[in-house]
Design a binder for this molecule. Structure first.
Ligand SMILES: Cc1cc2nc3c(=O)[nH]c(=O)nc-3n(C[C@H](O)[C@H](O)[C@H](O)COP(=O)(O)O)c2cc1C
Length: 260
């Protein structure tokens, strides 16, 4: 089918999910718009036409897609609009995130032509998968994009079936992540973390602190801090990091799903 526009949509506090979506989008030509959910929280309904291709990427948080993104994505509507979905996870498991994203897209009028799970450096435990995506991942990502493009050429919205992906329904209950980043004495109160935080959990009056009840532990504040002041501190983090390093040592590979 002939595509006239590309829409990229992602939530990427640490930057890998955005890289994955951008890499897939490189395969397709045509005018492109991006919804970066960190900057543009989709508070109003956006309707995508049937000649648009949606390329969407979500990070996996506790085996699901981030709750705030699931809420925002209710505003992204298609009309038999073809879509390619990617979930990006930190080498533990993606659990039910992909099936959740697939169901959400279907409910909103999108037809998933392909989907993939990709591995990133873990945003909380940075010793887990520190070099992912690596050269092998990038090659797989390219093959995935090329094959998705071939499927799109043959895609017929009237005869399209549902894409089969891995995951359970009902979905797993997302666990609460108790680890929250904070600033240390290197903080100069520049306010960059205050601006970037997607849940407004840092107050400029005391930017070393984080509002624990609203923070989603995404790490955007750590990523942007020019003084390397923000991070996960404390004994609980050290114990958890050690456990995670061991538990997630196995090299996980991307998994790819295509409409047949
Ligand atoms: C709150 C939170 C929960 C996470 N849960 C999981 C998980 O269940 N499985 C996993 O493998 N990685 C998990 N991760 C790691 C992220 O999925 C991974 O680092 C992500 O792809 C980073 O995306 P970004 O670079 O676009 O921000 C979690 C990260 C955070 C911040």
């Amino acid at each position: 089918m002939q595509i006239r526009k590309i829409t990229q949509c992602y939530f990427s506090p640490r930057g890998t999910t955005k890289k994955v979506v951008t890499a897939i989008a490189r395969q397709f030509s045509g005018p492109s718009v991006s919804f970066d959910l960190m900057e543009q929280p989709l508070t109003k309904q956006e309707q995508l036409s049937s000649d648009t291709l949606l390329i969407i990427g979500m990070p996996v948080y506790a085996g699901r897609i981030p709750k705030m993104c699931a809420e925002m994505l209710k505003n992204l509507k298609g009309s038999n609009t073809p879509a390619i979905a990617a979930v990006v996870y930190g080498n533990r498991e993606y659990d039910d995130a992909l099936i959740e994203l697939r169901d959400l897209l279907k409910e909103n009028g999108f037809s998933l032509i392909s989907a993939g799970t990709f591995i990133a450096r873990h945003s909380i435990f940075q010793d887990v998968a520190p070099n992912r995506p690596d050269t092998k991942d990038r090659r797989i990502l390219k093959e995935f994009s090329e094959k998705s493009s071939l499927i799109l050429d043959k895609f017929n919205e009237n005869t399209a079936t549902d894409l089969e992906v891995k995951g359970n329904s009902p979905y797993c209950q997302p666990g609460n992540v108790p680890l929250k980043p904070s600033g240390d004495k290197k903080c100069t109160a520049c306010g960059l973390c205050v601006k970037v935080c997607p849940t407004h959990s840092i107050d400029i009056a005391n930017p070393k602190k984080t509002k624990k009840d609203t923070c989603i532990s995404c790490g955007a504040c750590i990523q942007i801090c020019p003084k390397n002041s923000r991070g996960y501190h404390g004994p609980l983090y050290k114990i958890a990091a050690k456990k995670f390093r061991k538990k997630c040592a196995e090299y996980k590979r991307p998994e790819l799903f295509y409409l047949t």
